[in-house]
Write a protein that binds this ligand. Structure first.
Ligand SMILES: [Zn+2]
Length: 325
């Protein structure tokens, strides 16, 4: 059945983000059968009507935003409850998340989705925080968003409570998760492998998960960071730095997304570029933690090397809001 047509009319600006990066003043957009069919100056589309017309004279219209790293399931319970001088709140955050019930997670996810959609986010990646994906599926469906989800796994000791399994079990769980969830919601839901970080996962686990996603044509994301101390630690293990450690394992590639990626040196920027990996930076998280968003974030250098760089807002305990912009 054809869907009603929609015209977004006379917007102050239409930021197209098309190949020419056009920004159209006094622009209109026509949506037919659920898809954008025309974008142009309002006078060019003046003769075209629609079932519904939105007067957008006071608005700027942009494509929907993509939030590339967003721990959605515990987003609201932790907003603002940790004092700023606590240091790292991760121990408390993960303890809280572990205690959440299915019903609580559904409602906190729904609340977070409302805020995301209201601020223009239409696609998000939850880096493996959701404990009850069955319960949250309805919230994703109702919100109409695209979502990338997975199950966080580790097989090593961590300083905070994370899901930890034997290596083979972690690989099998991830494969089963992807097989069950990838492509649901008419393709709006993608399922990825989500090892928490290189420090909490063995080389065998990281390699096993990369094989799983390569075989299934899906992706892998993990928390990643570097800096002088991290480089020293990895040199003790025979690698030059954390990024080239992942490359040597064969874990980096175009279907891998590194989250945060603070503290990369020039060699690591080169490494990300040559492997084709993508990066999500969370600048507000870095600022809130006083970690040096501009001193340690290498976004300009990564972009100059052609690396795909997304923005994320992590979670409200780390950034105070859910808005990547
Ligand atoms: Zn994270």
């Amino acid at each position: 059945m054809p869907q009603p047509s929609l015209k977004i009319d006379r917007a102050r600006y239409v930021v197209s983000v098309d190949e020419q990066r056009r920004i159209i003043r006094d622009g209109s957009i026509l949506v037919e059968n659920g898809r954008i069919s025309r974008v142009g100056r309002a006078d060019e589309l003046a003769a075209t009507g629609a079932d519904r017309v939105i007067d957008a004279r006071h608005f700027v219209v942009t494509p929907g935003f993509v939030n590339g790293h967003m721990h959605i399931s515990y987003a609201h319970p932790v907003r603002g409850i940790f004092p700023d001088d606590l240091g790292s709140p991760l121990k408390q955050v993960f303890a809280l998340q572990t205690a959440m019930t299915e019903e609580e997670e559904y409602h906190t996810t729904l609340l977070a989705l409302l805020e995301l959609v209201r601020k223009g986010t239409v696609c998000l990646l939850d880096p493996g925080s959701t404990k009850f994906p069955d319960a949250c599926l309805q919230a994703y469906e109702d919100a109409g968003v695209r979502v990338i989800m997975g199950e966080a796994v580790t097989d090593r000791e961590a300083p905070f409570t994370l899901p930890r399994y034997a290596t083979a079990e972690a690989v099998a769980r991830t494969a089963a998760f992807i097989d069950r969830w990838d492509g649901r919601l008419e393709g709006r839901l993608r399922a990825w492998a989500m090892p928490f970080s290189p420090e909490t996962c063995s080389a065998e686990l990281l390699q096993g998960l990369k094989r799983v996603v390569d075989q299934r044509g899906t992706g892998l994301t993990l928390h990643h960071g570097s800096g002088p101390q991290a480089r020293k630690d990895y040199q003790g293990r025979g690698a030059k730095n954390p990024t080239e450690y992942l490359e040597a394992l064969g874990v980096l590639g175009p279907n891998v997304l590194l989250a945060h990626a603070l503290g990369l040196d020039d060699a690591e920027v080169d490494c990300v570029a040559r492997t084709g990996a993508a990066v999500t930076m969370c600048p507000v998280t870095a600022a809130k933690g006083a970690r040096g968003a501009t001193a340690l974030g290498r976004m300009p250098e990564l972009l100059a090397r052609g690396v795909r760089v997304a923005l994320g807002c992590d979670s409200p305990n780390n950034s105070n809001h859910l808005d990547p912009v």
